[in-house]
Design a protein around this ligand. Sequence first.
Ligand code: NAD
Ligand code: UDP
Length: 344
Amino acid sequence: MILVTGGAGYIASHTCIELLQAGYEVLAIDNLSNASEESLNRVQQITGETLRFIKGDVRDAAVMKDIFEQHPIDAVIHFAGLKAVGESCAMPLEYYDNNLNSTLVLAQAMQAAKCKNLVFSSSATVYGDPSKLPLTEDMPLSATNPYGRSKLIIEQMLGDLPAADVLNKTAPWSIALLRYFNPVGAHPSGMIGEDPNDTPNNLMPFITQTAIGRRQQLAIFGNDYNTHDGTGVRDYIHVVDLAKGHLKAVEKLLSSEGIKGVQAYNLGTGNGISVLDMVKAFSKVNHVDVPYEIVPRRAGDVAACYADVSRAKKELNWQATQQLEDMVKDSWHWQSLNPKGYKS
Ligand code: NAD
Ligand code: UDP
């Protein structure tokens, strides 16, 4: 059985589909602070499989202890956390509390239960402002905001565990740090997708909400970067590809070869797409207009960020397959079937 923390969220719900379709039993825990249980109802409709759901907080040590005592958990995928960069600057203590304490409590419960297979949701943000592209996993790490710092601290904290196993002669941890680039898109059924609670911070939900008429126009943050058209360049990855990457990571952890200690993997496509490329592709594929204006740069944004994905290909036997056209088509399919997200 796989424990999925933050299981009702955007990336986790897509990952639950892949896990269920691959025959795993799934136990999801979520405090529903940024999600609706409806996403998991729909996961069950899509797959025709059932999963168990616990409404609870990963920081609650008693709840986590109970979970490991009552269920045969083979591995954990830890998605639960807060994720908005701007909000983290205004509420750093909430971010450190949620992201660090959830991981600490989870790891303690796992260690007590002798379940030491963990996949952690990290982020390309741990590379800070990159000096060289594409980004490989061994490049220097840094943080430019509290959200990124929380991910970096967690990576470092988990990085201390294998040495303790050697000292204590305990069974080894096996940990995959998955550094996501920019997840977009939705399940092709259009039944689950990204449903931000407030005004979206990320580009794609802002585009889809503008196209559906919930926002007047998209603000493009700067067209004076040193990129092919002046707008910011990112490595967008279809969420279904990303979800399949989690399945591969779990399979690797549970294989006889396993992962020795802690290993980081970039999950992206390796392609750099600009904001204008994205807007144009969205309009062309979906035949829908996205009004936009150019506004000044957003504080903290880097010009360009994209991955070298060769380690995940070699060691996890995983590679993104979906194209920009699939990403914009599926994002729009979800938004147009669910104009108000899960409240539709
Ligand atoms: P999301 O907000 O949809 O999912 C996170 C889920 O965790 C939500 O359902 C929320 O209700 C739940 N949660 C938060 N704190 C919790 C707690 N203490 N206990 C139980 N549940 C809790 O976000 P997402 O985009 O699916 O992101 C999932 C993970 O991936 C996060 O850790 C995020 O930092 C990381 N990540 C996301 C992106 C991205 O662009 N979406 C990029 C890189 C990394
Ligand atoms: N962006 C934009 N307008 C928006 C949101 C984002 O121009 O309303 C740009 C942003 O400056 C960056 C890219 O889109 O170049 C991706 O931003 P996002 O917040 O989605 O992800 P990030 O890479 O910052 O994590």
